[in-house]
Design a protein around this ligand. Structure first.
Ligand code: PGA
Length: 266
C-alpha cells in the first residue's frame, strides 16, 4: 500500500541539523543501512534521504558509493552565489560535486536565525536548480501566525513567492513544517498536515498547472516519530516527512522509513 499519490514516490528525509561530526556520521549511516537491511526494507516506493552537516558530506558520500547504499544525500543550505568572495558560504556546485541530490532551502531555523526571507529563498532555490540539485523548500507558520492568520496563509505565501520566480518545469520538493511543531514534541495533527499540504498543492496548481502539482512531492515535518508517521502519510497530499531529532536514531529513523508497515497493520 502506498500512502502518497500514485505517481509520487514517498520521501523520508533526515535533517541532522548541527549534530554529528564526520566520524559519527559514518557510524550512523552504517547502522541505518544495517537496520534497514535487517528489517528487509524495500526502497522501491520509499526514498530515504539524509542531510548531514557540510563537513560530513564527503565521508557519507564515499560510504554510500563504496557500499552501494540506496540513500539520497543532501546539504542543509547553500549560497545563492556560485563562487567568489563569500567567506563561510557553500556553493551548490560543491554540493553537486559531492553527488548531493537535494538541498534544504528556507528551513525555519535559517529563516529565524539568519534572517532568510522569501527573496533569499528564491535566490537559493534558483542556485540549487542551476547546479542540478532538487531544492527542498521549507515553509510553515509560527504559533503567532497560527493565531493571527491561521495555518495556511504564511506557508502559501512563502511557496508562492518562490514558484513565481522559477520555471513551471523545475523539480522541487516542498516541506510543510509548522514552526511550533519543530523540535517541540507537539506535532500537527494528521488532519492539519493534510489540510495544509492540499492547499500547498493547489498553490502549485494555480501557478504552474496540473502536471506540476500532481508530480511535486510535499512533505510534512515537525516532531515526526515512528509512532505518528503512518497517520501523516495517510493524507492524500502528504508524500513523506522531513525528520529532525528522530533521524539521529537509526532504529527510530528506520522505523519511520518503514511507515508502510504501520499503515497496513493498523
Ligand atoms: P523535528 O525537526 O523532527 O526535530 O521536529 C524537524 C525539522 O526541523 O526539519
Amino acid at each position: 500500500m502506498v500512502a502518497s499519490g500514485d505517481n509520487r514516490r514517498a520521501l523520508i528525509a533526515g535533517n541532522w541539523k548541527m549534530n554529528l561530526d564526520h566520524l559519527q556520521s559514518i557510524a550512523l549511516v552504517q547502522k541505518l543501512a544495517w537496520t534497514l537491511k535487517d528489517r528487509n526494507f524495500q526502497s522501491d516506493h520509499v526514498e530515504v534521504a539524509i542531510f548531514p552537516p557540510f563537513t560530513d558530506l564527503r565521508s557519507v558520500q564515499t560510504l554510500i558509493a563504496a557500499d552501494k547504499l540506496e540513500f539520497s544525500l543532501g546539504g542543509q543550505d547553500l549560497s545563492p552565489h556560485d563562487s567568489g568572495a563569500h567567506t563561510g558560504d557553500i556553493s551548490g556546485a560543491f554540493l553537486s560535486a559531492l553527488a548531493c541530490d537535494y538541498v534544504l532551502v528556507g528551513h525555519s531555523e535559517r529563516r529565524a536565525h539568519h534572517g532568510e526571507d522569501d527573496e533569499v529563498c528564491v535566490a537559493k532555490v534558483q542556485a540549487a536548480l542551476r547546479h542540478s540539485l532538487t531544492p527542498v523548500l521549507c515553509v510553515g507558520e509560527t504559533a503567532e501566525d497560527l493565531e493571527t492568520v491561521g495555518q495556511s496563509a504564511v506557508p502559501v505565501a512563502q511557496l508562492g513567492a518562490v514558484l513565481r520566480e522559477i520555471s513551471a518545469e523545475a523539480d522541487i520538493v516542498v516541506a510543510y513544517e509548522p514552526v511550533w511543531a519543530i523540535g517541540s514534541g507537539t506535532p500537527a495533527t494528521a488532519e492539519q498536515a493534510q489540510e495544509v499540504c492540499a492547499v500547498l498543492r493547489d498553490t502549485i496548481r494555480d501557478v504552474h498547472g496540473d502536471a506540476q502539482a500532481d508530480r511535486t512531492r510535499i512533505l510534512y515535518g515537525g516532531s515526526v516519530k515512528s509512532s505518528n508517521i503512518a497517520g501523516f502519510l495517510r493524507g492524500a497530499d502528504v508524500d513523506g516527512a522531513l525528520v529532525g531529532g528522530a533521524s539521529l536514531d537509526a532504529e527510530e529513523f528506520a522505523a519511520i522509513a518503514q511507515f508502510e508497515k504501520h499503515v497496513t497493520i493498523d
